[in-house]
Design a protein around this ligand. Sequence first.
Ligand SMILES: Nc1ncnc2c1ncn2[C@@H]1O[C@H](COP(=O)(O)OP(=O)(O)OP(=O)(O)O)[C@@H](O)[C@H]1O
Length: 406
Amino acid sequence: MSTPTQPALGHHVQVSGAVKRYGDCAALDGVDFEVEPGQFLVLLGPSGSGKSTLVRSLAGIERLDEGQVRLSGQLASAGSRHLPPERRNLAMVFQDYALWPHLTVLGNVGYALRRRRLDKSSARERVHAALERVGLGRHAERYPHELSGGEQQRVALARAVVAQPQLLLFDEPLSNLDADLRERLRVEIATLTRESAATAVYITHDQSEAFALADTIGVLDKGKLIQLAGPEEVYRRPATPFVARFTGVAGELSGRVVHPGPEHTHIRVGDLVLRARSIGPVRAGDAVRLIIRPAATRITADPHGSEQPTNVLHGNVIDVAYRGRGYDHVIAAGPHLISAVHDAQAHPRGERVTVQLDPEQCLAYTTDAPKEPGSGSHPSNLTTVSMNPVAPLDAGAASEPARSTS
Ligand SMILES: Nc1ncnc2c1ncn2[C@@H]1O[C@H](COP(=O)(O)OP(=O)(O)OP(=O)(O)O)[C@@H](O)[C@H]1O
């Protein structure tokens, strides 16, 4: 048994076959995953992918239509069985803080202890300790409307941890805050959560937040869990183009496999042959989508020497944006647009540059496009490109020399 000052071990969370429908819409469409006690899971996905529905189902605010939720082995949701939120030993932090407007900071945080059988002085001690921990000791007597957004979210954080729940649920807690505050509060969430023994499930549509916080990332799309893996694995081997796009892309090219290799695959894109890492098996002639990570790109001097460089695109700078640690460029290379091409120095609009591509960071996925007859040795005409303006995970990380591509 845990004592009031010693947090209980975090919940072991098990979700199997979770389905939730709203009319014709399957907000959750057969979701399975587990989170080990004390682990930090981030559910990442675009708007409408089912993140809130999933976290609300864990909380017991929503009832599943099918499937089960177990918390530390106990059946919390299954069929007609539904453990109410207050019996799940969890706390939730919401995007809009959800503080009681008529209670002071002290009252709001203390409210979370109302179900604990603590004497007044121990409860008070705990509340003050939690407020000190989030840097709000001086504001205990204020009301929520007398606090900034960041301070209100700190109160919500203190309220969530003060009762030492076994599960902490976060529903986009940083989305209403400005960038600088978001980063500081993210660090506080990471440290506070890990100091407590609680298991955490955190939802966001922000990939940089997900990578910074997670032990494990689950990527959701249209109510399905597409990939569940550590951040490094999700970044290095995104299971699908959707996951790759959602976790940082500088540009996309379409082409055809010329020569599959154990390490790198040669892909013809228009009149270029580029090397890339294939995700999943590919055969000569396969149509592929080539996704270029921002870290793949590096501007090199435009070559006029005798040596013909490989794995490069030549193009003109069409946009340059100052990013503090350097500059991100958008480059038009023939019909291709490559964004987030980082360099320590600015290249003015119109300058002709050469972009070196690191094959390790160029990911090739087979597509369903029909093969051309005799493909494998003929150039493909597929050169469609999309530009994705998503702030890349690794903007600024392109300073490592690209590998030799010969
Ligand atoms: N109460 C509801 N009634 C009808 N449809 C709903 C309801 N709640 C959610 N949905 C639908 O279920 C799907 C998943 O919604 P959900 O809010 O879980 O997604 P989300 O990934 O959290 O999105 P966001 O990031 O925009 O909050 C969406 O298509 C949404 O329109």
